[in-house]
Design a protein around this ligand. Structure first.
Ligand SMILES: Nc1ncnc2c1ncn2[C@@H]1O[C@H](COP(=O)(O)OP(=O)(O)OP(=O)(O)O)[C@@H](O)[C@H]1O
Length: 606
């Protein structure tokens, strides 16, 4: 994003002239981020030397885009750029809790309860309540409260803090201690809040506190709100107006991302449900409702889009395939990996949910560590159970929970038999796990973490145990051991220090926490497959939105999975689906392709 290429609009100029609290409203690609960076630069010049501007966003992906935009902003000097600090809400709140949390009665040493471990902690509560869609409102509230009680207990007793508590604890600190508030305001007299419309109740309370001492600039687009489930409130922008009396700026009529196309217009028409015949930059394709033809059609469209971008000589081009569910994402990724007679494999990056992969990494890390004590096998089994308890994240499946508890039970039985010196059960599921474990324990390592990791992973994959196999498969989703990564360096160092990987499990866990907070990673390039929900705040050269299709039996639809609108059924409130689709289609700079089944096209277009 080079500012040399463009002239600021009138409204962007107005923003630069004002120095109050600000509310900047604008749709996708309207230039909010760009102007807020220039505004931050202006503020830096007014601040004392030890003061900086803070730019807060929700997702790390957005943060890396903002950092990239700052880097490329040629109107700001290097010195000024250094003083615009970009962070996620999580990371910023965590810094405050880590330093001052003991004032609330938290243990002096606190650590993060990673989402995967949180999922393990909460899996029994979640499983006891069953599927959320079957719960009454009261039961949902009770479930929420039970979950909160469990994670609060863990925080105050063990110092393990779940992300969900960050805002609440930060607010308690700011509310109870003026000194902390002054300290923060002195470091950051100006704070920019990205995607303000998504702020939940607790985060809003923190912002009100911070805003008592700092200037707040909120960037918002009420129609990009897709975070209702974490408590974002449609009234939040009004709350901001009421509380801060900001100067308001409206960029809603501006579109710089996909200028020369009708992509933004199409996005707005999705909200209205009213379409014109043709939109420049939007292509709608249908495909037959069967696996082979649907995926092949997608592959063909993807190859064509890739060719267009390469031929246009777009620098570091990006092409996103956005799909409604995790399941479809995996299927697309698997299909792209396959080479068929007619179609080649497509090199791509799939942005997957990492719970399973992270817990699988724990298992491998444990196995490259030397055997520690007599409880080694027990600890291994515990990690396997953790994997099944936590792999579904906040939506654990019954099968996974049942799997975990039957592994635990079989192990307990085996243990009891061994202790009593009795014959061990012949057909127990634990036998294959023990065999796989023993095979791994016989392995010899080289000190090259990458090779050693793969040796363990391959041994698990080729074992006779389907549970260990699935762990190996999940672990394939990790790319943390690539050359030059911190994890690889840390494991190498560990080997050099001890002649073996003494602390592999700790190192891996630390690396994931660091990774969670890492904002230095550059945005993905090339073909990217991701869930529509994850696309927010991103921009790509081309986007393909691809949805699932119905299954027919005797001319009747018996199921309709992976659709943009659940079951592709019209209902009284389609708003969230419209918002979601609008966010997805407006991520493109040049062109968006929408692919929907021929015999049951997406109801949002009917
Ligand atoms: N005045 C302008 N003239 C031309 N291009 C601009 C202008 N302002 C911003 N841009 C460019 O438009 C693109 C989108 O801008 P920006 O990322 O600031 O929008 P945004 O409102 O933050 O988008 P979103 O909410 O969708 O993330 C960027 O590539 C940016 O360089």
């Amino acid at each position: 994003m080079s500012s040399e290429k463009f002239i600021l609009t009138k409204e962007q100029h107005r923003i630069l002239k004002d120095f109050h609290n600000q509310l900047i409203i604008g749709g996708p690609g309207s230039g909010k981020t760009t102007i807020s960076i220039l505004k931050a630069g202006q503020w830096v010049e007014k601040l004392k030397e030890n003061q900086n501007v803070l730019f807060l966003s929700f997702a790390r992906a957005t943060v890396s885009r903002v950092i990239e935009a700052i880097d490329e902003q040629s109107l700001l000097s290097k010195e000024i750029k250094k003083r615009i600090n970009v962070d996620t809400y999580h990371a910023y709140f965590w810094k405050i809790i880590k330093t001052h949390g003991y004032l609330l009665g938290l243990p002096r040493k606190v650590s993060i309860l990673t989402p995967s471990n949180e999922a393990i902690t909460l899996s029994s509560i979640r499983n006891a309540y069953g599927k959320v869609k079957n719960l009454s409102d009261r039961q949902k509230e009770e479930k929420k409260q039970d979950e909160k009680d469990a994670i609060r207990k863990l925080a105050f007793e063990k110092g393990e803090i779940a992300f969900g508590l960050f805002a609440e604890l930060t607010f308690s600190l700011l509310d109870n201690c003026n000194k902390i508030l002054n300290l923060l305001a002195n470091s950051y007299p100006v704070i920019i809040l990205d995607e303000f419309q998504d702020t939940n109740f607790e985060q809003w309370k923190v912002i009100q506190s911070l805003g008592n001492r700092s200037i707040i600039i909120a960037l918002a687009d009420s129609e990009q709100r897709i975070f209702d489930f974490i408590g974002a409130d449609p009234q939040r922008i009004n709350h901001f107006k009421k509380h801060f009396s900001p100067k308001e700026f409206d960029l809603r009529n501006e579109n710089h991302r996909s200028r020369g196309t009708d992509i933004t217009k199409f996005g707005n028409d999705i909200l209205k449900g009213n379409f014109q015949d043709d939109y420049k930059g939007i292509k709608l394709f249908t495909f037959p409702s069967n696996n082979n033809q649907a995926f092949s059609e997608l592959k063909i469209r993807t190859i064509k889009a890739r060719k267009r971008l390469i031929e246009k000589d777009v620098k570091d081009w990006t092409l996103a395939i956005l799909v409604p569910t995790k399941k479809l994402m995996r299927q697309v990724s698997d299909f792209f990996n396959q080479k068929t007679q007619k179609l080649p494999a497509i090199h791509h990056h799939a942005v997957i949910d990492m719970h399973g992969a992270i817990l699988a990494a724990d298992v491998i890390a444990f196995l490259i560590q030397p055997k520690c004590n007599d409880n080694d096998l027990e600890q291994f089994v515990q990690l396997i159970c953790n994997f099944f308890y936590g792999k579904g994240g906040d939506l654990p499946t019954k099968t996974d929970i049942a799997e975990a508890s039957s592994i635990q039970k079989s192990f307990d039985k085996l243990y009891a038999k061994i202790k009593a010196k009795e014959k061990t059960p012949k057909n127990s599921i634990i036998n294959a796990i023990v065999e796989g474990y023993e095979n791994c324990r016989k392995l010899k390592f080289t000190g090259n973490p990458y090779e050693d990791w793969l040796t363990v992973r391959d041994t698990l994959e080729s074992s006779n145990c389907k549970r260990l196999k699935s762990i190996a498969l999940e672990a394939k989703n990790l790319r943390l051991l690539n050359r030059g990564t911190q994890l690889r360096e840390a494991l190498s160092q560990n080997w050099r220090d001890s002649g073996f990987y003494r602390n592999a499990l700790d190192i891996v866990r630390q690396a994931f926490i660091a990774e969670h907070f890492s904002i230095s990673q550059s945005p993905e390039k090339g073909v990217i497959v991701m869930n529509m929900h994850k696309a927010k705040g991103k921009q790509f050269d081309e986007v393909i939105v691809f949805e699932g299709w119905p299954k027919w039996v005797r001319r009747e639809i018996v199921s309709n999975p992976d659709r943009i609108v659940i079951g592709n059924k019209k209902s009284s409130d389609m708003t969230k689906y419209k918002y979601n689709l609008r966010v997805s289609v407006t991520r493109a700079k040049i062109r968006t392709t929408i692919m929907t089944p021929k015999d049951d096209p997406c109801v949002l277009f009917l």
